[in-house]
Design a protein around this ligand. Structure first.
Ligand SMILES: *Cc1c(COP(=O)(O)O)cnc(C)c1O
Length: 369
């Protein structure tokens, strides 16, 4: 059996007529930049997140950069984030001129270790960027306490967690601002690059919107310099169609994750753990493979037609890109260990029980051979 890591084609086939007519409508109306489709999607996505404002931008990395800029973060500032995330998170921090400060992860949730966070706060720290990695909400309540008592802002990186719930609150509505990516493979994916910033704060929303559009409100009235990072009409129309299906797709992802948990029970691979009171959205289904067997298992699964991934193979502080921070190789023990043992199994809403059984069966065979 051949099982891809993600299957974007299966999803398109299931909503083809809706998508095709949305695309035709944008082209017929020449509503390529801005316009009614962008406005409608921004309204719908803000409502989905439970916040007042959504600003569509060019991609998730820009969303993070623009949100941090809107908060006034720049040279001389420090911003804290997790050691295990996609490099876009830390890149956006550096792009503002601020210094990125990494915190190790909790080995059970793979998210930022809140207990190791406070020791990283200095007089220059301005913000924390928690990442809801793999669609699992970071532990936000203790983070909010730390932020409040140290006068720090929180920008959620929700690029992998559209619609995840943390103790009754939708991810994206918990921090001061939040950023989403609509990269095609994300839970809510466009047919190209796209992203968004959401916030409840009127002034931050206005500043983010201006920054994303050359620092202007009106056509040639530039109050400052900004960037060109806009959500385009075609992507907005596609996202608008897909947003209506997202709750159902998230439910399917959760069902698939629980099926994996059931079928992998007893194999010795460590399955994901949900913290109290959360409803994750399983952007990725990540297991831990102990005893140095990950690579061998990966190859075995490949020989059975099963594609897997690693998110991420090198913890950010250990990358050459961050050699200038002069970290020792034991400074982030949990993130480093995780990077050597984690394995992402195929995960998408269209995955069938039979496929999950086949994957778990192959893992079982490998373990028992
Ligand atoms: C995908 C991703 C981003 C960046 O989004 P792009 O749209 O690809 O720029 C940022 N943070 C995390 C955690 C991501 O997974």
């Amino acid at each position: 059996m051949n099982i891809p890591f993600v299957d974007l084609k299966a999803q398109y086939e299931s909503i083809k007529s809706e998508i095709d007519s949305a695309i035709s409508e944008v082209i017929a109306g020449s509503a390529f930049i801005g316009g009614p489709h962008v406005k409608a999607f921004e309204r719908a996505f803000a409502e989905f997140c439970g916040v007042k404002h959504c600003i569509g931008v060019g991609n998730g990395t820009d969303a993070l950069y623009i949100a941090l800029k809107a908060l006034g973060i720049g040279k001389g500032d420090e911003v804290i984030t997790a050691a295990n995330t996609f490099i876009a998170t830390s890149e956006a921090i550096t792009m503002t001129g601020a210094r990125v400060v990494f915190v190790d992860i909790n080995p059970v949730t793979y998210n930022i270790d809140v207990e190791k966070l406070e020791e990283k706060i200095t007089s220059r720290t301005r913000a924390i960027v928690p990442v809801h990695l793999y669609g699992q909400p970071a532990d936000m309540d203790p983070l909010l306490d730390i932020a409040r008592s140290n006068n720090l802002k929180i920008v959620e990186d929700a690029a992998q967690a559209h619609g995840a719930i943390y103790r009754g609150r939708t991810v994206g509505s918990i921090g001061d601002m939040a950023c989403f990516s609509f990269y095609p493979g994300k839970n809510l994916g466009a047919y190209g690059d796209a992203g968004a910033i959401v916030t409840d704060d009127d002034e931050l929303a206005l500043r983010a919107r201006m920054t994303a559009n050359h620092g202007r409100i009106d056509k040639y009235d530039h109050e400052m310099e900004g960037v060109n990072s806009r959500l385009d009409g075609l992507q907005a129309a596609i996202l608008g169609v897909k947003l209506r299906h997202l709750p159902g797709w998230s439910e399917k992802r959760r069902e698939n994750a629980y099926m994996y948990n059931k079928y992998l029970d007893g194999t010795g691979v460590v399955t994901p753990v949900e913290i109290d009171g959360v409803k994750p959205v399983y952007h990725l289904y990540v297991v831990m493979v102990k005893n140095g067997l990950r690579q061998e298992l990966r190859e075995y699964l490949k020989s059975k037609g099963i594609s897997t991934g690693i998110h991420y193979p090198v913890a950010l502080p250990n990358l050459k890109a961050y050699a200038y921070l002069n970290h020792g190789k034991d400074d982030f023990p949990e993130a480093t260990t995780a990077s050597q043992e984690i394995l992402s199994l195929p995960m998408y809403p269209e995955l069938e029980e039979e496929q999950i059984r086949y994957i778990a069966g192959a893992i079982s065979e490998f373990v028992n051979s």
